[in-house]
Design a binder for this molecule. Structure first.
Ligand SMILES: CC(C)(COP(=O)(O)OP(=O)(O)OC[C@H]1O[C@@H](n2cnc3c(N)ncnc32)[C@H](O)[C@@H]1OP(=O)(O)O)[C@@H](O)C(=O)NCCC(=O)NCCS
Length: 175
């Protein structure tokens, strides 16, 4: 199978019925190790449902399920959308193991960056990445994100401390 062959991708808003799968993805150690401590501590469906109640009424948080041939395989979104300073934080998980490393993360990031800059007219999109998450760091570099700074030894992973890297991408047209 050609792992980079063209995938039919649809992005649709996150729904309450997606939370079960999302919780499974978040509790997969291959995924959670790369995320924030709130996910690394472990998450439950009950917590997710409680979170969703505030999420649906939050205009500053937009998350989309990535579907390939009608099957949910991940989530991409912009959180902490700040309409005053025109920035937001990028969030992405390719949840299904066999869909990682096939170009989907890159396409989904391009989709959400375009949404942020063209539709929301943001000036900046930023993100946080754990320093040992080399695949994500490489992807963000390829997308044009530039390292802005590091919180030193902010993340404890496998008994060692690692930096948390902040990266940013600008659309200079949106002032
Ligand atoms: C990080 C993540 C979003 C990347 O998505 P992906 O679909 O796996 O990545 P892609 O196939 O689009 O690859 C894009 C680029 O990332 C890098 N990359 C991704 N997977 C890689 C791998 N297994 N080995 C080496 N490089 C890799 C490459 O630079 C690649 O560019 P290329 O295709 O030109 O070689 C995805 O792996 C994921 O969800 N990981 C778990 C959760 C996570 O880390 N989220 C981000 C938190 S900051």
């Amino acid at each position: 199978m050609d792992r980079k062959k063209e995938l039919k991708i649809v992005y649709r808003p996150l729904e309450v019925s997606d939370l079960k799968l999302r919780t499974q993805w978040q509790n997969n150690p291959a995924i959670s190790k790369n995320l924030g401590w709130q996910i690394r501590k472990g998450t439950t469906l009950k917590e997710a449902k409680k979170w969703f109640e505030s999420y649906v009424n939050n205009e500053n948080d937009k998350r989309y399920i990535i579907e390939v041939n009608g099957k949910p395989v991940g989530i991409v979104g912009l959180t902490d959308i700040n309409p005053v300073d025109k920035n937001a934080m990028l969030y992405i998980i390719i949840g299904e193991d066999k869909y990682r490393g096939r170009g989907l993360g890159r396409k989904a990031c391009e989709y959400i960056i375009n949404f942020g800059f063209s539709k929301l007219k943001l000036h900046k999109i930023y993100l946080e990445v754990n320093s040992y998450n080399e695949n994500a760091f490489r992807l963000y570099n390829k997308l044009g994100f530039v390292e802005e700074g590091r919180l030193k030894e902010q993340i404890k992973h496998d008994g060692k401390y690692y930096d948390e890297i902040y990266m940013g991408l600008f659309d200079t047209k949106n002032r």
